[in-house]
Design a protein around this ligand. Structure first.
Ligand code: AHR
Length: 527
């Protein structure tokens, strides 16, 4: 059954504000209301996960420089990148792809450097993949960052046995031949694998399988990819994540959930994925990542708000088979996908990252947090040098992007408890594009402190925002991210052009009042 009509209706409800409203001036302050005594679901910290693929300079250059590099590194992994990622408390990193995962053979990337197998990276630019960065290097990287790991096994061009062997190699604590090989390669103790992706986009680059075909394959991978680490039982058990929704098509979600409802004892899944990218224009001509005007800004914001409809539609399917929400949703690829930087290898998916990316990151993170009862993890694409990156590197230089700074601001929301919130979002209109102007989320951290995320999408108009907090006599303090233009960005020459600044809200007769700048993202703690 196609869910496109449902999707269209959901999107219409979620995003479109009537033109009549748009044409009226919008002078009234935005009123935010919360019910501080009510609690929503926990915002799983894995909503703030990362994704790194063997794609362009995502790994080679972005993470791996090799132990002999003059760039400061620990066992070949660059220290500046690790320090930056530690600062945003990355909960998990997904690897090795993406499309690359379905052409990755793990044995190519273990053992002494001299025995690593070189191949062409056919998914991304046909460059040589030296496999210098393999299983042990990735596990070391995740360990240095303090993140859990999310591995994707090769369903498209690998075998069930190959995946089963990889899991045994990684996790067996008994002295099997594979466990001994792991020990000989430097890691006697079994590794811990938090998430296991059962393929990637198998409707497309992962083998162009029909949903029914994928389900049959997936069941075998789910059964035989055993985690043998005795420490990974009960609440620490590895979660297997099946391939779900392609942002245009619900077939996989329907087929996987139907199979899951009727499953037999020998297989299970603990997650279903959704991939949904923000494409400002079309897949063929996506639009520039920098040097754009308000039209491209408005189109990108409109495109990114589709995420709300995708999650709502996917949840509706999942609820039919799984009303108790036992299978979490993982949005394990999302982000702004623009045209490649002129002059770069188009297969490397390099793009600049601007204040527009920051607004997009905040809007999506807010959507995920509002759906925290079903969404238990997401992975932005991608961590370094690819698509909507946190980090850009050039030789020994590193730049933190506006998107990075949003992740930095949002750290207090990791594992916080959602607090129900409502607001009159107002209207931002550009030509015939009519969008909500404001967005906000409230949550309580483990110490009971109340945090607010406030987003002003409007590129020109600041907004006065009020939040009644009867009895409160203190204000709110935090940081705001804004910049002179929607395409303001950090470059290697001006790495600090877009950075958070101090921001506060005042209390007036029991009402918190914020003057939120145009085109901004703010996070504050209510004092
Ligand atoms: O993130 C880039 C690519 O986008 C991934 O490899 C693939 O899964 C998706 O289509």
């Amino acid at each position: 059954m196609s869910l496109r009509p449902l999707l269209a209706a959901t999107l219409a409800m979620a995003m479109v504000v009537s033109t009549a409203q748009a044409q009226t001036a919008d002078p009234a302050p935005v009123v935010v209301r919360i019910a501080p005594e009510k609690t929503g679901p926990t915002i799983d910290r894995n909503i703030f996960g990362q994704f790194t693929e063997h794609l362009g300079t995502g790994i080679y250059g972005g993470v791996w420089v090799g132990p002999d590099s003059p760039i400061p590194n620990v066992r070949g992994i660059r220290s500046d990148v690790v320090a930056a990622l530690r600062a945003i408390r990355v909960p998990n990193v997904r690897w090795p792809g993406g499309c690359f995962a379905d052409e990755y053979h793990w044995r190519d990337g273990i053992g002494p450097a001299s025995t690593r197998v070189s191949r062409l990276n056919a998914s991304w630019g046909n460059v040589i993949e030296p496999n210098t960065f393999g299983t042990h290097e990735f596990m070391d990287f995740a360990d240095q960052v303090g993140a859990d790991v999310f591995l994707s096994v090769n369903v498209g061009s690998g075998t069930v046995q190959e995946a089963a062997d990889w899991l045994e190699y990684l996790t067996a604590d008994q002295p099997t031949t594979l466990a001994q090989e792991r020990a000989a390669n430097g890691h006697p103790a079994p590794y811990r694998i938090k998430y296991l992706g059962l393929g990637n986009e198998n409707w497309g680059c992962g083998g162009a399988m029909s949903a029914e075909h994928y389900v049959e394959e997936m069941k075998q991978f789910a059964h035989y990819s055993r985690n043998l680490n005795p420490a990974q039982t009960g609440p620490n058990a590895m979660q297997r994540i099946a391939v779900g929704w392609d942002s245009g098509d619900a077939d996989y979600t329907e087929a996987v959930m139907k199979a899951w409802k009727d499953k037999v004892w020998s297989w299970d899944i603990e997650g279903l994925s959704l991939h949904g990218y923000t494409i400002p224009n079309s897949w063929e001509a996506k639009g520039p990542s920098v040097g754009f005007g308000e039209d491209e800004y408005a189109k990108a914001i409109r495109a990114t708000l589709k995420m709300e409809g995708w999650i709502t539609a996917q949840t509706a399917i999942m609820d039919r088979y799984d009303p108790d929400k036992k299978v979490p949703l993982f949005v394990d690829e999302w982000g702004l996908w623009a045209d490649p930087t002129p002059g770069s290898n188009p297969g490397f998916l390099q793009q600049q990252n601007t204040l527009r990316d920051a607004v997009i990151a905040a809007l999506n993170l807010n959507i995920f947090m509002r759906h925290a009862d079903r969404v238990k993890g997401t992975n932005i694409a991608q961590m370094a040098n690819v698509l909507q990156a946190m980090i850009l590197t050039d030789g020994d230089r590193m730049v933190l992007t506006p998107t990075y700074h949003v992740y930095e601001l949002y750290v207090p929301f990791q594992d916080a408890t959602l607090v129900p919130l409502s607001l009159n979002k107002g209207v931002y209109a550009f030509g015939d594009i009519v969008l909500p102007r404001m967005d906000a989320v409230a949550a309580r951290d483990k110490d009971g402190a109340l945090w607010l995320s406030l987003v002003n999408v409007d590129p020109d108009r600041p907004v006065t925002l009020t939040l009644p907090l009867p009895g409160s006599t203190a204000g709110a303090r935090g940081q705001v991210l804004t910049a002179p233009a929607v395409d303001s960005h950090n470059s290697f020459d001006r790495p600090h052009a877009v950075e958070p600044a101090a921001f506060a809200g005042r209390i007036e007769n029991g009402v918190l009042v914020f003057e939120l700048p145009a085109r901004s993202v703010a996070v504050v703690k209510v004092q």
